[in-house]
Ligand binder design. Structure first.
Ligand code: SAM
Length: 274
């Protein structure tokens, strides 16, 4: 999703963010090492960025049903160029790599994505855990068609299960298909009330090994409010603020509830271990 956060919000995050050099909790230290510090380049990055480039070049128009951007446009059908959908909706390369590294580290068995668009983030998720079961939800029919085509291009995309329809219909059906929900990527309706409602619906299906990744936690006042509420949820034991993403963990071994604001050490090169 294209970001609309302000520079002030980013500076507030940045001032507070710790890096691998001043993070002391063992699990969080490992997370920073595996997700933010790992600079290995994977073959999938090149092929998926080539796919993004292809989408960004497509002038063809599709019918686009607007689902969740706000009450004014909700349900409105417009014509949009595929390249414009790609420009405004797709996960950025930085976030895609963080997501890939998180999944590659923790290897969840089952993943659910709320908001497929053209399928780029879905492919990043599946490529990081080739044996995982992936279900992704999308309401816009032409996005579903394009995502299906994109899934067919890659051997690891062929098993992705895309469920078409409003989340209000597909979310509960998708949850019935999953019995070991490892990771949920919430990247659909970026508003407070639906975000909280989807979380409540997902909650009974989470275990202490599950992870919920919430996209664009500073995208709007509503998303910031949703993030504050979710990180305060009693079932959440650990919350991680990466500015572009919020990550929730439910690990019971985490006795004290913790919240961490983290950034890659290269963003703060003056912070070093003594
Ligand atoms: C930000 S895009 C997803 C981007 C994708 N995860 C990626 O990074 O490549 C959000 C998608 O959610 C869909 N969406 C939003 N609200 C929805 C709803 N209530 N029901 C179904 N689909 C919805 C939109 O059509 C859009 O394609």
């Amino acid at each position: 999703m294209a970001n609309t956060f302000s520079a002030k919000q980013f500076l507030t995050y940045f001032a507070k963010a710790r890096t691998v050099y001043n993070t002391h909790s063992p699990f969080v230290y490992e997370l920073t090492k595996q997700v933010l510090e790992d600079d290995r380049h994977y073959y999938a990055f090149d092929e998926l960025e080539a796919l993004r480039k292809k989408m960004l070049d497509l002038e063809r128009e599709i019918t686009f049903v607007d689902f969740g951007a706000g009450s004014h446009s909700m349900g409105k059908t417009t014509k949009r160029k595929i390249k414009d959908v790609a420009k405004t909706s797709l996960i950025s390369p930085l976030k895609a790599q963080w997501m890939f590294r998180l999944i590659n580290w923790l290897k969840p068995d089952q993943m659910l994505e709320i908001g497929t668009s053209l399928g780029l983030s879905t492919l990043y998720m599946q490529s990081a855990a080739l044996n995982a079961q992936v279900i992704t939800l999308e309401g816009n029919p032409s996005s579903v068609t394009l995502a299906r085509r994109n899934f067919d291009i890659f051997p690891y995309g062929k098993n992705i299960d895309i469920m078409e329809g409003p989340f209000d219909n597909t979310l509960s059906n998708s949850l019935q298909k999953l019995d070991k929900l490892g990771l949920v990527f919430m990247d659909g309706n970026h508003q407070k009330a639906p975000t909280l409602a989807y979380f409540e619906q997902i909650k009974p299906f989470l275990s202490e090994d599950s992870i919920v990744v919430l996209d664009d936690i500073y995208w709007s006042k509503g998303m910031s409010a949703a993030w504050s509420k979710l990180k305060g949820d009693p079932q959440v034991r650990l919350s991680i603020d990466l500015f572009h993403f919020g990550i929730l963990f439910f690990r019971k071994e985490q006795k004290e509830k913790e919240h961490h604001i983290l950034a890659p050490s290269k963003w703060k090169p003056w912070v070093r271990a003594w």
